[in-house]
Design a protein around this ligand. Structure first.
Ligand code: SF4
Length: 365
């Protein structure tokens, strides 16, 4: 089909209801088999839907699978998760990133187990009152697990809808328009399948680059395609540059290679997770004399060659790593973990990188 000019399309008209039927039949034939999904015709378990949706926030399906299975095996229902210690939950979450999700997951499990008798609330409005459950997650759980007729619009669905309706407004402002576009399309009888169909179509057909429009069940109705602008959508507001912060990390090792770790404050970045002691994060690295002065204990602190880099959502971090070996164990507020204890510890990826850098066979200065 040749691209049409904008004025030839009636862009204010609602999308035809036949788009819903076409999307659902495509879903029935092509749906992804995901570990948290109920088999066709089976009821979804709200605990599984909620757990997977929290894990999938800002994280890919491929990265989540292993964590989801491990969580489900260890904590098969909301009551067992509520009974777990926060430290165990953070340890099992380590590597998945955005650790406030794990703390909120644990808090929400306790609310459901202790205040709600272990039964999840059924409406998106009530679900949104749980810690860590935002508008999208509440809508997804309500639609998939309880059949509420609400649009659940994740990043994949956003892309499909923005193209389907040729929504020109940049994100995040366009979110309201997308909800208005999607609302009437959600069918009464299969709202959960509709939500998952949009997600799957975005993941498998309406790809960020080079969407496979010839295979798309929404092709006839898709205004972005008909205008020849699909690939340029959705539009996004320009992101500000991420600032760079730099600092020093201190890896203290005892004679058996145990490492001294401290816990971060409960709230804020990487809250409640473990880390080697760190100096302040500033625009520049501290001078070696300053870094040694700020070390957690007196010792022979030597700087490793090279730096550790890590990207957070709002800034980039670079750390220089200082290493010291001790015969005994200097005492402080932290604790010493043997090498075999590190695997299951609540250590975020960036701190694992710091430790790996510290113990790697590279030169000290
Ligand atoms: Fe996406 Fe193309 Fe389908 Fe439109 S027709 S929804 S752009 S894959």
């Amino acid at each position: 089909m040749t691209p049409r000019k904008a004025h030839e399309l009636k862009r204010d008209e609602p999308i035809k209801a036949s788009a819903t039927a076409a999307l659902l039949s495509w879903y029935d034939a092509n749906r992804r088999d995901l570990p948290w999904r109920a088999k066709p015709g089976r009821a979804s378990d709200p605990y599984r839907v909620w757990l997977s949706e929290i894990m999938l926030q800002q994280t890919t399906v491929a990265a989540v699978g292993r964590y989801y299975r491990a969580f489900l095996k260890r904590w098969p229902d909301v009551k067992s998760l509520a009974a777990a210690s926060l430290d165990d939950v953070l340890g099992a979450w380590a590597g998945l990133g955005y650790y406030s999700r794990a703390r909120n997951l644990h808090r929400a499990a306790r609310v459901v187990a202790q205040d709600m008798g272990g039964v999840f609330p059924r409406t998106s409005k009530e679900l949104e009152a749980l810690p860590g459950v935002g508008g999208y997650t509440a809508a997804a759980v309500a639609a998939i697990a309880f059949g509420e007729r609400v649009p659940a619009i994740d990043a994949n669905a956003e892309r499909v809808l923005a193209r389907l309706g040729a929504v020109m407004e940049p994100f995040p402002k366009a979110k309201k328009q997308l909800a208005e576009l999607a609302g009437p399309l959600v069918p009464k009888d299969r709202p959960g399948d509709f939500a998952q169909a949009l997600m799957d179509l975005g993941a498998m057909v309406c790809l960020p680059r080079e969407p496979l429009c010839l295979l798309c069940p929404l092709g006839d109705e898709c205004r972005g395609r008909r205008l020849g602008i699909a690939e340029s959508l959705p539009r996004k507001a320009a992101k500000p540059d991420r600032p760079l912060r730099r600092g020093a990390a201190y890896v203290a090792l005892d004679h058996r290679s145990a490492i001294y770790l401290v816990r971060r404050p409960e709230n804020g970045l990487l809250g409640g997770m473990l880390q080697p002691p760190l100096g302040p994060w500033q625009a520049e690295f501290p001078a070696p004399a300053t870094a040694r002065r700020d070390a957690p204990f007196a010792g022979e602190w030597r700087k490793k060659l090279g730096i550790v880099r890590h990207g957070f959502t709002h800034f980039e971090l670079e750390l220089e790593v200082y290493v010291a070996h001790f015969e005994g164990r200097p005492t402080g507020e932290g604790r010493w973990l043997a090498p075999q204890e590190l695997k299951g510890a609540a250590l975020p990826t960036v701190m694992r990188k710091v430790i790996a850098h510290a113990v790697a066979r590279s030169r000290l200065s």
